[in-house]
Design a protein. Structure first.
Length: 171
């Protein structure tokens, strides 16, 4: 009889702990948000030219907003270019970190969406821990697509679980 009670007790603990809030796979102590409003002169200039006539700066701008870059978390060279390319930098307050951990958690979602939209990544989140870049999220709110990379994984999502609506509220 004691064995049945012990097994029941242990199963209860396992069930309760497995239902707890999932942990994020990365730890951070600072989040920088870079935003390209699309209203700057570079954006207007780029979309009025043909590719052959782009300057090096304009080509770099297109790489950042259109491509799934970086491919490795150690490649942080584009971060230095963001302000030079008229991205506005802000620091996310630490009281919003738990929400960010939940939004950028690689958990499975019962909702699954696909998008036929070509993303323009105008919002870029740089996650740091002790001044080292530990994750990067590039977000296209119009298409509801995020490109995310950290030291353990690289993934793309399409508007699952209301994450985009929650992310828009974090400033």
């Amino acid at each position: 009889m004691k064995a049945i009670k012990l097994i029941t007790f242990l199963l209860s603990i396992i069930v309760l702990t497995s239902c707890s809030k999932p942990n994020s796979s990365f730890v951070f102590d600072k989040v920088e948000h870079y935003k390209d409003s699309g209203n700057n002169s570079l954006y207007e200039t780029v979309y009025q030219k043909t590719f052959e006539n782009f300057t090096i700066l304009e080509k770099r701008y297109l790489e950042i907003i259109e491509k799934e870059l970086p491919q490795k978390i150690s490649d942080t060279s584009f971060i230095a270019d963001l302000e030079r390319l008229h991205f506005k930098k802000s620091i996310i307050k630490s009281n919003r970190f738990d929400e960010l951990r939940e939004i950028f958690n690689p958990k499975a979602c019962s909702e699954y969406k696909k998008s036929a939209c070509a993303p323009i990544y105008r919002d870029i989140y740089i996650f740091k821990n002790k001044s080292k870049v530990v994750a990067i999220a590039k977000v296209c709110f119009e298409c509801q697509i995020v490109y995310f990379i950290d030291s353990n994984s690289k993934w793309e999502r399409f508007g699952e679980c209301s994450e985009y609506e929650n992310l828009k509220l974090i400033k």
